[in-house]
Design a protein. Structure first.
Length: 189
């Protein structure tokens, strides 16, 4: 016959609270230790998206891009088309020497006028017709005078002018912007 010891029939007491608090503190410490590198990595990865950076390099502090030298422009006001190039930046990449847009420049009495060569009607590229001394959009026969004013009612407004400055070295700088198409108001997009 076997005797059972009296201690084996008594149920075991629940663990003291001290053990629970120690376990909870260990779990919390482990979570902090595990999540700290994850949070740091996530912050590093998202940093380019969260910081406001310029979208291009090559422009001055005010956003003007160099286009041409003043001596390249004819004195009689004949418009010439120029491409604007800069280094484009996105959140993580740098794309060197990309075309930002194209503009027409005219020099009249020493003053330079710049037009965005995108038609305000539907966004086609406007051509200069030397024979008629007009700007012409081949998409829907929109036409514009040399001063950029529309000649017919197809486009909702005249050609969009751009801000221009000439520095002390006679370099022409243009603040290139695109505008909403199909509306009468000149709205930057």
């Amino acid at each position: 016959m076997s005797h059972e010891s009296p201690s084996s029939s008594i149920p075991e007491a629940p663990p003291p609270r001290r053990n629970f608090l120690a376990a909870a503190a260990a779990v919390a410490t482990g979570a902090v230790v595990a999540l700290t590198p994850l949070a740091a990595g996530l912050a590093f990865f998202l940093d380019p998206l969260l910081k406001r950076r310029p979208s291009m390099r090559g422009a001055d502090a005010e956003g003007y891009l160099p286009v041409a030298n003043l001596t390249e422009l004819p004195d009689d006001g004949t418009p010439l088309r120029f491409a604007l190039s800069a280094d484009k930046l996105d959140a993580w990449n740098l794309f060197r020497n990309q075309t930002i847009g194209t503009v027409y420049l005219r020099k009249l009495a020493g003053q330079v006028i710049a037009f965005n060569d995108t038609c305000p009607h539907l966004g086609c590229k406007v051509d200069y017709k030397a024979a008629t001394q007009t700007f012409f959009c081949p998409c829907h026969a929109s036409s514009f005078k040399l001063d950029g004013e529309r000649e017919n009612l197809i486009p909702p407004r005249g050609m969009d002018t751009l801000e221009v400055k000439v520095d002390l070295e006679n370099r022409v700088w243009v603040k290139y912007e695109n505008f909403q198409r199909g509306v009468a108001a000149k709205e930057v997009i």
